[in-house]
Design a protein around this ligand. Structure first.
Ligand SMILES: Cc1cc2nc3c(=O)[nH]c(=O)nc-3n(C[C@H](O)[C@H](O)[C@H](O)COP(=O)(O)OP(=O)(O)OC[C@H]3O[C@@H](n4cnc5c(N)ncnc54)[C@H](O)[C@@H]3O)c2cc1C
Ligand SMILES: *[C@@H]1O[C@H](CO)[C@@H](O)[C@H](O)[C@H]1NC(C)=O
Ligand SMILES: *[C@@H]1O[C@H](CO)[C@@H](O)[C@H](O)[C@H]1NC(C)=O
Ligand SMILES: *[C@@H]1O[C@H](CO)[C@@H](O)[C@H](O)[C@H]1NC(C)=O
Ligand SMILES: *[C@@H]1O[C@H](CO)[C@@H](O)[C@H](O)[C@H]1NC(C)=O
Ligand SMILES: *[C@@H]1O[C@H](CO)[C@@H](O)[C@H](O)[C@H]1NC(C)=O
Ligand SMILES: *[C@@H]1O[C@H](CO)[C@@H](O)[C@H](O)[C@H]1NC(C)=O
Ligand SMILES: *[C@@H]1O[C@H](CO)[C@@H](O)[C@H](O)[C@H]1NC(C)=O
Length: 535
């Protein structure tokens, strides 16, 4: 060993030792603060259960790798008061705050920081009560509840009532997604063409702000209340609970899942026609398209349609037969189920009681991106798109979600989510892979990026729009370097480059709301809304 090498080694040890003792000091500091404030449920890196707890809701395994920085503490509040103390203690220990509800952030933003900034995860898994008020048709739900827990509570409630309709809530289809994250970013689902987004159906909220104070709609003010309904999670504070407007759906609704296979031309023809059907069906209907990459050995591709209609089977059959004869739907493809059964079915669960299960099957490694389509893509171009997909790696896909209906009737400034009238459908691009295949991660992500570049000429432009719940750090990042980077000159201009993709003209109002509720930028992440500098 040369002298220089030895010196380098010594230097490395020193740096590691400093980092370790810094993290340890922060852990000790937050630990004593939490204890003296009566917060009992938290875990530190030295605890044997710490790693499993951090990992418990990591959906995207890319952010569970050893190279990704781990928190200095994970706190599990049992009450609003605990949540307030957790925020105050993280701050007094100079730790950045990451609130986590369902852990389904596509880019892991609820449990990671940029530039190895030390942080605490405040995980809301123990805050998951749902309180339904049938008379007013509303519910208070704690932010740590999953969609499955919320849907099951509504299903149980509807079961007990003798009403001719069922209570439902308009939100996403995956049962383990947290209401804390999904509502913060909008929340699109199978009844959004009828009842709009989850965030459009929020009546009130309790938000714990940067000083640990709790605000309601009235005390936070309308700008902030506007911002938290779709302006993205992690920028405003920690939402403790949402008050939701529930909706009434028929006790029986109609559902179907349909697979089709064929050569490029056949798949292209169905996708091309769908563009003229999906966004224009009556509001009660949702028909989406999913097309995986690759072909079978004979060169055929596959695609599938997911359908739901808030009408009886016969009615659904006749509407779909008339508007989309190419689908060649058969009456036996359709079934009638209750709304809550349909949520279990489309979440891929066997029974409604599985909706209560917060644990998902092993997560996978994945990368996603999104787009909006404002005018139908021509048949010739659809053929090229399908050809591109047919040559992709296994486990790539596109999902097309129909807009129109109530989605198009709301004003693009009603809440921060701007993708209203004029948007026919969203595209979600995804690629995922198993742990055994992780050495090919760069290849898979590279394919997704090339495909996205290829799609550029067919989708919205100036800016090319994206959905904040389908978070995509390729669009740009804040690059914060410490727990609260304050308000820096230049942050807003920088954030505008992706902020306008997510929020269009609503971006500036979000910056104003941020400056009001969190001028010191305590709640930040790689794509959070920055505050204006204070003079
Ligand atoms: C399998 C899967 C299916 C999906 N399906 C849909 C769908 O059908 N429709 C749809 O619209 N989206 C869907 N999404 C996207 C989903 O809405 C987002 O990933 C959402 O952010 C997840 O919320 P979460 O609470 O589970 O995630 P988390 O990772 O816990 O949080 C996401 C972000 O919100 C912040 N946050 C979390 N809790 C709070 C809180 N209480 N207060 C303030 N900020 C908070 C986090 O800090 C983070 O920045 C899906 C995602 C996955 C992985
Ligand atoms: C903390 O919460 C977790 C999750 O609910 C639970 O399993 C654990 O028992 C709790 N620990 C304490 C000390 O309350
Ligand atoms: C509703 O009641 C039926 C019949 O008792 C039962 O099978 C079903 O699981 C219940 N659904 C819910 C959501 O509780
Ligand atoms: C391929 O698709 C065509 C057209 O849909 C179909 O007739 C044929 O049976 C398919 N081949 C296989 C092996 O699935
Ligand atoms: C579907 O439409 C065709 C032609 O319009 C008609 O002949 C057929 O009876 C319809 N089928 C159903 C089940 O409505
Ligand atoms: C609801 O659907 C079930 C299952 O298909 C069926 O048995 C029942 O008769 C339907 N109820 C009504 C009111 O249509
Ligand atoms: C935090 O960031 C600001 C702005 O970049 C910098 O001035 C400050 O020194 C940093 N603080 C710490 C503790 O690193
Ligand atoms: C930001 O810029 C303004 C002038 O444009 C200046 O007065 C102020 O000091 C700057 N603030 C910081 C934090 O650099």
């Amino acid at each position: 060993m040369t002298k220089a090498m030895a010196a380098t080694l010594v230097l490395c040890f020193c740096v590691l030792a400093t980092v370790a003792s810094g993290a340890e000091a922060a852990a000790n500091s937050i630990s004593s603060c939490l204890l003296s404030n009566g917060v009992r449920n938290f875990s530190l890196p030295a605890s044997p259960s710490f790693a499993a707890l951090v990992r418990s809701s990591i959906r995207n395994l890319r952010f569970a790798l050893p190279s990704v920085g781990k928190p200095a503490a994970i706190v599990l509040p049992n009450s609003k008061k605990d949540l307030q103390a957790a925020i105050r203690c993280a701050r007094s220990s100079s730790l950045a705050i990451r609130a986590r509800s369902g852990g389904h952030s596509y880019e892991g933003l609820s449990y990671t920081t940029e530039n190895h900034v030390p942080f605490a995860v405040i995980d809301l898994m123990n805050l998951r009560r749902v309180r339904v008020d049938s008379r007013s048709g509303t519910a208070w739900v704690e932010a740590g509840a999953t969609l499955g827990e919320l849907y099951l509570a509504l299903g149980k409630y509807s079961n007990l009532s003798s009403s001719s309709s069922s209570l439902a809530f308009s939100s996403g289809s995956c049962s383990t997604v947290g209401v804390g994250g999904i509502i913060s970013g909008g929340g699109f689902g199978l009844i959004s063409r009828k009842f709009a987004l989850a965030a459009d159906n929020v009546l009130d909220a309790v938000l714990v702000g940067p000083n640990g104070d709790a605000f309601t709609r009235e005390s936070m003010g309308e700008d902030v209340f506007w911002a938290i309904r779709g302006g993205g999670g992690g920028s405003w504070g920690a939402v403790y609970a949402w008050k939701l407007q529930l909706v009434h759906v028929p006790r029986n609704i109609t559902v179907f899942s349909l697979g089709r296979t064929g050569p490029v031309q056949h798949i292209a023809k169905l996708m091309h026609k769908w563009q003229y059907v999906g966004p224009y069906l009556p509001d009660e209907f949702y028909v989406s398209v999913f097309i995986p990459t690759g072909t079978s050995s004979n060169g055929n591709l596959s695609m599938s349609f997911t359908g739901q209609a808030l009408v009886p089977k016969q009615h659904a059959m006749s509407t779909l037969n008339q508007t989309f004869p190419e689908l060649a739907l058969d009456e036996s493809d359709l079934s009638e189920v209750s709304w809550v059964e349909s949520t279990a079915k489309f979440a891929g669960l066997d029974t409604v009681n599985d909706l209560a299960n917060r644990r998902f099957e092993q997560g996978s490694y994945s990368k996603s991106k999104s787009d909006y389509v404002r005018s139908p893509i021509s048949m010739r171009d659809v053929v090229e798109i399908i050809r591109y997909l047919s040559n992709g790696p296994q486990q790539g896909s596109i999902q097309l979600d129909p807009y129109g209906g109530a989605m198009a009737r709301l004003d693009s400034g009603a809440i921060p989510f701007p993708h209203r009238a004029g948007n026919l459908y969203s595209i979600q691009y995804g690629v995922s892979w198993q742990p055994s295949d992780n050495d090919r991660a760069d290849e898979y992500i590279g394919w997704l990026r090339s495909f996205y570049a290829f799609m550029g000429s067919y989708v919205s432009k100036d800016p090319r729009a994206a959905y904040v719940n389908y978070l995509d750090l390729d669009l740009g990042t804040n690059d914060w370097t410490n727990a609260t980077d304050g308000a820096r000159n230049g942050s807003v201009i920088h954030a505008r480059s992706w902020g306008e993709s997510y929020f269009s003209k609503n971006f500036d109002r979000l910056v104003r709301a941020k400056t009001k509720i969190d001028p010191g930028n305590v709640f930040n992440n790689a794509q959070s809304i920055p505050p204006l500098p204070q003079h």
